[in-house]
Design a protein around this ligand. Structure first.
Ligand SMILES: NC(=O)c1ccc[n+]([C@@H]2O[C@H](COP(=O)([O-])OP(=O)(O)OC[C@H]3O[C@@H](n4cnc5c(N)ncnc54)[C@H](OP(=O)(O)O)[C@@H]3O)[C@@H](O)[C@H]2O)c1
Length: 385
């Protein structure tokens, strides 16, 4: 029986992970859960899965949770320290890292430092602190298994393939809801329209990132560190059906593809069972019904943030930290109605243009760069609104 800690248990990835645990009650036991503000759902999860430790984002949410609990109670923590405890908790075999944004970094690092197996969905931590996470994993022996469908695809295609034989790794992107929207209309798109993703059901932040294609930019940087790949070997292709998740081109002209149904429970389950496999949690992929697989190049006039992210990946150092922080601030402002859809790329572009290269050699410098970039983004957002 594997003991799991789920960081972000009330989110889309966290809930999908619990669906898998429900299917295999003899294989998995929930040891810890961490969430943000949704104490009602966390209370239900406690009743069903009986973790010994839970945490919420702040003290007020933790107190409201305590008032709801009856009978067998877990210990309740809160704040960044609570999430970190859930990440690094003793006796846990596998940590699912699925808090959204930079808030996921400290608990993910705690899990890595504790030498746990980490099923990583929180791409922002790998974007902001890829070299730190890699270094700490090498020290502790932690194994990081990707949950993102594209990275799970790359991970599976690379299995048993000597790195010298890899020519290129390509991540696919559905293109989101605005793939064919006339360019002049893009800037006016509403929050409701941007949240209507054609293929995937995801949390709000990652759904907006998919509409701007920043999600793919963050995924390039995530892949760069997860698989230790030279940025020149990483590419993106638009594939609206979201059936092929990743492609690996070998030096002799073969292209390996990983395909599966568009359901995150498939890569989540693989991250839990790896290297074993278990029966699919969803109906098998029906390629005859799908009938066609389309691919096209990315139009970077439509998706300028992909180019911005690629430049940050190539530059390295503090650039990806600044990119991620500016994007988190801009997406939050868009979701709150303070800037329009077109403003997201403008704000991120302005923050990137103003930043001065800096080294990030440890967690504290990552957070210092992150804070400054957020302040700058907020300032730009205030001036616009
Ligand atoms: N959904 C997908 O298909 C998908 C695919 C690949 C990768 N990812 C990545 O996985 C991560 C999660 O995505 P999601 O779609 O599951 O997002 P989501 O539905 O918005 O869930 C986010 C989770 O993080 C929790 N949270 C937010 N801020 C927190 C904080 N400061 N402290 C503790 N917990 C906090 C939320 O808690 P409350 O809800 O209780 O506030 C929730 O449980 C993101 O990094 C995303 O990019 C998602």
């Amino acid at each position: 029986m594997k003991r799991l800690s789920i960081l972000g248990s009330t989110g889309m990835i966290g809930r999908s992970t619990l669906d898998i645990v429900r299917r295999y009650p003899r294989r998995y036991k929930i040891a810890a859960l961490a969430a943000g503000a949704n104490f009602e759902l966390l209370a239900e999860q406690i009743r069903e899965f009986h973790p010994s430790f839970v945490s919420l984002r702040d003290k007020a949410a933790a107190e409201r949770l305590e008032q709801r609990l009856v009978g067998r109670r877990p210990r309740v923590g809160f704040g960044p320290e609570g999430a970190e405890e859930a990440g690094g908790r003793d006796g846990v075999d596998l940590v699912v890292s699925a808090i959204t944004g930079i808030a996921g970094l400290r608990p993910t690092l705690a899990a890595v430092r504790a030498g746990r197996r980490v099923a990583l969905a929180n791409k922002e931590s790998m974007v902001a602190a890829g070299p730190i996470l890699r270094r700490e994993a090498a020290r502790s022996g932690a194994v990081i298994i990707p949950v993102d469908s594209e990275h799970s695809g790359v991970f599976q295609c690379l299995a048993g393939l000597e790195r010298d034989y890899v020519h290129k790794v390509i991540l696919t992107a559905s293109g989101g809801p605005f793939l064919d929207t006339p360019l002049r209309e893009l800037g006016k798109k509403t929050v409701r329209e941007a949240l209507r993703h054609p293929r995937w059901k995801m949390g709000r932040k990652v759904t907006i990132d998919s509409a701007t294609l920043m999600n793919k930019g963050l995924e390039l940087i995530e892949a760069r560190w997860l698989f230790d790949l030279d940025p020149a070997r990483l590419g993106v292709l638009i594939h609206p059906q979201s059936i092929v998740h990743a492609l690996v081109e070998t030096i002799d002209g073969s292209v390996l593809a990983q395909m599966s149904a568009t359901d995150m429970r498939i890569p989540i389950q693989y991250a839990l069972t790896y290297p074993a496999r278990a029966a699919a949690p969803v109906p098998a992929l029906d390629l005859a019904a799908a009938a066609r697989l389309d691919f096209r190049a990315v139009d970077e006039r439509r998706f300028p943030l992909l180019g911005t992210a690629r430049a940050a990946m190539i530059e390295g150092g503090a650039a990806p930290v600044v990119l991620n922080a500016a994007n988190e601030a801009a997406v939050e402002a868009f979701l709150d109605g303070r800037i329009g859809f077109g403003g997201i790329a403008d704000v991120v572009g302005a923050v990137m243009a103003a930043y001065r290269p800096a080294a990030v050699d440890g967690l504290e410098s990552v957070f210092a760069v992150d804070r400054r970039a957020r302040e700058r983004a907020r300032h730009i957002i205030e001036r616009r609104s």
